[in-house]
Design a protein around this ligand. Structure first.
Ligand SMILES: NC(=O)c1ccc[n+]([C@@H]2O[C@H](COP(=O)([O-])OP(=O)(O)OC[C@H]3O[C@@H](n4cnc5c(N)ncnc54)[C@H](O)[C@@H]3O)[C@@H](O)[C@H]2O)c1
Length: 391
């Protein structure tokens, strides 16, 4: 009897691709999907991914999986229902395009593209199917602690937002051979996503950033910086401060605080290697009737113990990485739109890349609006803004 399981492929199976491959291998072993194809344009990386399947005990997948050296050939093979693409950022659009042209939905790692110009062309090709053909790999959308915070905000527990602070600090420099569009475009884009997620993905009104290269650091991806600070404001007057660095050797550090008129939320006290992830809701803003600064709810979420093969970012987000891929597959199966879709892809890229440019220009403040003062609402308008204001 022919299999009714969805046939999944993975193209781009380096560090991040192998984290997703673990999820796909598990789903294959559990008979939820068929892992049908693996691809990578860099032969040693493809070999390493095949060795991982062996290490994971996925003998059946290893025996049957088709192997490809380019995305076009894998898409032209024509036997996939969906694919996970985690190639280099510079290759995201061309690899994703190979599949979406054949109506194969793509889970695409962040950022959507290298530039907003490239993202705009891709969005035009996707037309009104941006959330039917593409899910972006912003794992924070599937993080339990982040979801608890989102529910508190949605339920009005801290009132309207006034300011938010978001931190990401890597333990180490990027690995050898890693391709980055810059520390903000590559890493702080996670914080752009986070800050915008608490504002219904409305674009900020202003964006500016500063960057620094602190000492005792090997800048392997030639980013020219290892610390970045981004400041965004929104039309409602609220602001966000995003702080990213790659020099926090004591442990991967992910935290955010949301401060509103009625309370405050803190997620992710620094926990070293590896504590748990906290989420705290505070209320009581004084004066009276109740006391100021009461801890109303306090939740704790475990990190995932890593194996030696896992990258630095694995323990904090392992369950979110698995969750986003599982949800992608479930939505393919049910024919439902993806979250986050292409719209969030171009918006986060636009803001992160503007912040990257601002930091390289020493802190230029960009006011995000079209020439006639109306809001930017499409990727084409964002691309037009970028070409006028940054070149
Ligand atoms: N969501 C997250 O938390 C997260 C974390 C890390 C990376 N990412 C994203 O995932 C994507 C892949 O990142 P990664 O960390 O897996 O990078 P990686 O360098 O390990 O692998 C990416 C690709 O680069 C290729 N590659 C590696 N060395 C090469 C070489 N010498 N020549 C040619 N190709 C080579 C690999 O084959 C692979 O396809 C990036 O777009 C990145 O932004 C996301």
């Amino acid at each position: 009897m022919p299999s009714t399981r969805l046939r999944l492929g993975a193209f781009g199976v380096g560090r991040m691709g192998q984290v997703h491959l673990e999820t796909l291998a598990r789903l294959h072993q559990d008979d939820v999907i068929e892992l049908a194809a693996l691809g990578d344009r860099h032969p040693p990386t493809l070999s390493a991914a095949l060795a991982l399947l062996d290490e994971l005990g996925s003998a059946d997948a290893l025996r049957h999986v088709e192997r490809f050296a380019d995305a076009d050939a894998m898409a032209a093979w024509g036997r996939l229902d969906a694919v996970v693409v985690a190639s280099r950022t510079d290759d995201h659009v061309r690899d994703a395009r190979a599949f979406v042209r054949r109506n194969v939905p793509v889970f695409l790692e962040k950022p959507m593209a290298s530039s907003i110009q490239e993202a705009a062309v891709f969005c035009r090709e996707l037309d009104d199917r941006g959330d039917r053909l593409v899910q972006l790999g912003f794992q924070r959308h599937y993080d339990d602690a982040g979801r608890a915070a989102a529910a508190w905000v949605r339920d009005g527990r801290i009132g309207p937002l006034q300011q938010t602070q978001h931190v990401i600090q890597d333990k180490n420099s990027t690995p050898e051979g890693y391709q980055s569009a810059g520390i903000t475009a590559d890493m702080a884009i996670h914080l752009v996503f986070e800050a915008m997620s608490f504002r219904n993905f409305e674009l900020p009104a202003t964006v500016q950033a500063l960057r620094f290269l602190a000492p005792h650091y090997e800048d392997r991806a030639s980013e020219g910086a290892n610390v970045v600070h981004v400041f965004c404001t929104w039309a409602d007057g609220s602001m966000a401060h995003l702080g990213g660095s790659r020099i926090n050797a004591t442990g991967y550090d992910n935290r955010f605080s949301l401060i509103g008129t009625e309370g405050r939320i803190d997620v992710g006290d620094f926990a070293g290697d590896f504590g748990s992830v906290s989420a705290k809701l505070w209320q009581g803003v004084g004066p009276g009737p109740g006391p100021r600064g009461q801890l109303i709810e306090s939740l704790v979420f475990p990190m995932t113990p890593p194996a030696s093969r896992h990258p630095d970012f694995y323990p904090r987000f392992a369950s979110a990485y698995a969750g986003e891929v599982r949800e992608f597959i479930a939505r393919v199966e049910r024919g439902e739109p993806f979250e986050p879709g292409a719209d969030i892809g171009w918006k986060t890229l636009f803001v992160a890349n503007l912040a990257e440019t601002s930091s390289r220009l020493g802190g230029t403040r960009f006011e995000l609006a079209q020439a006639d003062g109306t809001p930017i609402t499409t990727a084409d308008q964002a691309a037009a803004f970028e070409s006028v204001h940054t070149t």
